[in-house]
Write a protein that binds this ligand. Structure first.
Ligand code: ADP
Ligand code: MG
Length: 419
């Protein structure tokens, strides 16, 4: 998909700022608890996450080594030409592995056949997402400083996106000599324990780092066993990517709270950085705001209604926005607090060839750019804070949702243009 180079630069510049912001917000436990207090009453999943977070606050749990592997997603609004943030993922940001392979494939194809289409492979930015994420994981492993320790990747029992994950594990083994083990949350509950000094042990091995590629949806917690495992991990001294605090910072409710006037100023000092972040915020509203709820009922096509969920397929669009809002209003109480409202972004559609399951078809499409960011610190020392590659997802323009694994979009590359 084509993107003006200026937008690409803007998105890259934002990555380290968002990384730092996540870290700062994560340290303000009261802000997280207060902002999510109403959501908690009506959303059981958020409530369980907050309960673990509160327990950690009560014992003054400190995470000295903090690793964030984030992805900030954007769409280019066609009317204003501005790059607007869709969401910030702080848990299980997917496709660093396969996304970088697709960029490489596109560069190779354009090198071979590009002249026929007047395309230049240099206009596809290099995408080192998988090696950069592996490097961040490896550096966190080094900070933990136990040579025999493994990295534990938390996965879903029936994982569909495993090759993306294996690609990272391959980099960890081949470039850094680090072993990754894969466990579901229920396996952690059955096989894991924490020693009195905080060491997390699985199958008799020390785990230095827990990398979550599951645990972001209620479906990943079908019983108490999975919640016990999440708590056990959080209580341990292993590095968590993400910690419960980082996870909560990535919720849609916190995204909306951060977009309120004068909130960013609580976490960042640099005015230029604050201005850069504000510039990419779309309209975001809590449903406490009666005026906005009224106008969303009147013009539902201009809004997206979002619950506190991740992983695609959960948002509400079009006339369903009106219907749902009216229903929630009737329910009364705090029912509305389970959702946020967001300005609907309309990217420009363009023709593209989509390949899925080996079949190719041409369609009008829109794209979403994700910028990966890696952040690592140990106490006061920031060891990494970088833009770490990108993910381009393209979908038929008639589809509202955008996930690749969820079946809505395909992986794509970026082609930079002058304008
Ligand atoms: P999830 O956590 O499920 O990925 P997102 O906020 O990323 O939730 O929304 C899922 C998809 O819905 C996005 O990938 C995008 O395609 C579409 N979407 C989300 N917000 C908007 C918006 N404000 N305007 C237009 N499309 C949106
Ligand atoms: Mg998303």
């Amino acid at each position: 998909m084509h993107l003006p180079e200026s937008c690409w630069r803007q998105a890259c510049e934002l990555a380290p700022i968002f990384n730092e912001l996540v870290d700062r917000v994560s340290l303000d436990g009261d802000f997280l608890q207060d902002s999510l207090s109403k959501t908690k009453k009506v959303d059981d999943f958020t409530s369980r996450l907050l309960e673990i977070h509160r327990k950690m606050m009560e014992i003054n749990k400190e995470e000295n080594i903090r690793l964030g592997l984030h992805r900030s997603d954007y769409m280019l609004d066609s009317e204003t030409g501005s790059l607007l943030q869709i969401e910030l993922n702080t848990i299980s940001a997917s496709f660093p592995g396969l996304g970088s392979l697709v960029s490489e494939l596109h560069r190779t194809l354009i090198n071979q056949y590009g002249k026929l289409f007047c395309l230049d492979s240099k206009r596809i930015p290099g995408n080192a997402a998988s090696s950069r994420f592996a490097e961040a994981l490896a550096r966190a492993w080094h900070e933990f400083n136990v040579d025999s320790a493994v990295i534990m990747m938390i996965v879903q029992p029936e994982e569909r996106n495993m090759y993306d994950q294996y690609w990272l594990a391959k980099h960890l083994k081949e470039s850094h000599g680090i072993t990754t083990i894969r466990k579901t949350l229920s396996e952690v509950e059955a096989e894991g324990h924490v020693l009195p000094d905080g060491t997390l042990i699985i199958d008799g091995r020390t785990v230095s780092l827990v990398y979550f590629r599951a645990g972001y949806t209620p479906n990943d917690y079908p019983s108490e066993a999975e919640w016990n495992a999440r708590l056990l991990i959080e209580q341990s001294s292993a590095v968590k990517c993400p910690s419960i605090s980082y996870h909560l910072v990535g919720t849609k409710k916190i995204q909306q709270e951060l977009a309120k006037p004068n909130i960013l100023e609580r976490f960042l000092e640099n005015k230029e950085q604050i201005a850069k972040i504000c510039k990419c915020f779309a309209g975001l509203w809590s449903l406490d705001d009666e005026e906005i709820v009224k106008s969303a009922i009147q013009n539902p096509e201009l809004f997206v209604l979002k619950p506190q969920r991740e992983g695609g397929g959960n948002n509400i669009y079009g006339l369903d926005v009106r219907e749902t809002l009216i229903k929630l209003q009737k329910e009364g109480g705090d029912a509305l607090a389970a959702y946020i409202l967001m300005q609907r972004i309309f990217p420009k559609a363009s023709l593209a060839n989509l390949v899925r399951g080996g079949a190719c078809h041409e369609a009008l499409t829109i794209s979403e750019l994700g910028i990966y960011g890696a952040y690592l610190r140990n106490k006061d020392k920031v060891l990494m804070n970088d833009q770490s590659g990108y993910l381009m997802r393209t979908k038929v323009s008639s589809s509202d949702e955008g996930g690749v694994a969820a079946g809505f979009a395909v992986l794509d590359s970026l082609y930079l243009t002058d304008k």
